[in-house]
Write a protein that binds this ligand. Structure first.
Ligand SMILES: NC(=O)c1ccc[n+]([C@@H]2O[C@H](COP(=O)([O-])OP(=O)(O)OC[C@H]3O[C@@H](n4cnc5c(N)ncnc54)[C@H](OP(=O)(O)O)[C@@H]3O)[C@@H](O)[C@H]2O)c1
Length: 306
């Protein structure tokens, strides 16, 4: 059992521990189990009872919490504060990936993406901070992404939420470190198993858009991302993806380290690409992104060759 914080709240509140689709990577769910096994008072939260059922059956405290629903957040935070004095650790893990081009994505969908991936964690963090400040102790762990370091075609709004998460995390760290509160950011490389796969096709072609414009791109995009779906025996690019267990183990380290790192970069892609961008310069970086990731122009070239 880990004992890093004697006398302080050992309550860990984690968002996004459900698995409604049954197809998600499940990093939050795995981290919740690991922390529970290591003796933390874990409050694993998610949007549905079914999604949380494996954790409930394993004996964890599970609570319904939707990061777009303020009352559900307030209810859970109040309960934890009543029982433990304050939230010891908040892990902001919940997110989904909105896939859609800049042009075709309705603003309402962009808003929903920011409501979930950014404003949700902002509100929840604002709810736990007064308790942490009163206790002069606490830790906030933010799940960012390799896609907070650069942007790709068809995913700009998801990536924008992760860029923004990095900024608010850095700012928050500077505002609370003198109050005994740490802020750590986790930047995983792509995780095997995929990430809310329904969203890939949801916005492929928005109503009213030119069906020709991005049709080939979405076919190529879905096919390209397929490499990351295989969990057990990934091939090609999929081999560079990390496992959800690996990501969860780093998350546990960020929770338990006496002094957490500011950033935890997990996996080879994020560790290599982050220094590479500043090394090769913007124009070459753009060439690299075009060569490696799906773009509409590349998709058309591939379609012509067929
Ligand atoms: N997968 C990757 O390749 C990858 C790479 C880098 C970073 N990340 C980040 O890692 C974190 C975990 O992702 P994952 O890969 O483990 O995928 P995941 O299993 O799909 O986890 C995301 C979780 O967020 C939940 N969620 C979505 N909207 C929510 C809402 N409004 N309120 C509460 N929960 C909500 C989902 O719940 P439901 O099951 O109910 O939909 C799901 O449990 C995310 O922050 C993601 O951005 C992922």
């Amino acid at each position: 059992m880990a004992e890093p914080w004697p006398g302080k709240s050992r309550a860990v509140l984690i968002t996004g521990c459900g698995s409604s689709t049954g197809l998600s990577s499940g990093t939050g769910q795995r981290a919740a189990r690991m922390l529970h096994e290591r003796g933390w008072d874990v409050y694993a939260t998610g949007r549905s009872r079914e999604g949380l059922a494996p954790l409930t059956e394993a004996g964890l405290n599970t609570r319904l919490l939707d990061v777009t629903d303020e009352s559900s957040m307030l209810e859970t935070v109040s309960e934890i504060e009543e029982r433990h004095g304050s939230v010891g650790v908040l892990v902001n893990n919940a997110a989904y990936s909105l896939n859609g081009t800049f042009l075709d994505t309705p603003l309402s969908s962009v808003r929903h993406q920011f409501d979930t991936n950014l404003f949700g964690l902002v509100k929840l963090t604002q709810l736990v901070l007064p308790g942490m400040i009163a206790a002069r102790s606490g830790r906030i762990v933010m799940m960012s992404s390799i896609f907070a370091l650069f942007a790709t075609a068809g995913r700009g709004y998801y990536e924008a939420t992760k860029y923004a998460l990095e900024a608010v995390s850095d700012s928050l760290r500077l505002e609370v470190d003198h109050l005994g509160i740490d802020v750590a950011v986790i930047e995983p490389s792509p995780i095997r198993g995929g990430f809310v796969p329904t969203s890939v096709t949801d916005l492929g072609l928005a109503e009213g858009s030119d069906p020709e414009l991005y049709q080939e791109f979405w076919k190529y995009f879905v096919d390209w991302h397929g490499a990351y779906r295989e969990v057990e025996h990934p091939r090609g690019r999929g081999r560079t993806a990390i496992t959800a267990d690996g990501a969860a183990r780093v998350l546990v380290r960020a929770v338990e380290a006496p002094t957490p790192r500011i950033r935890y970069r997990i996996g080879v892609p994020v560790r290599v690409l982050s220094p590479m961008r500043s090394l090769i310069g913007e124009r070459n970086w753009d060439r690299f992104v075009r060569a490696f990731f799906p773009t509409p122009a590349k998709a058309l070239r591939v379609a012509e060759r067929r």
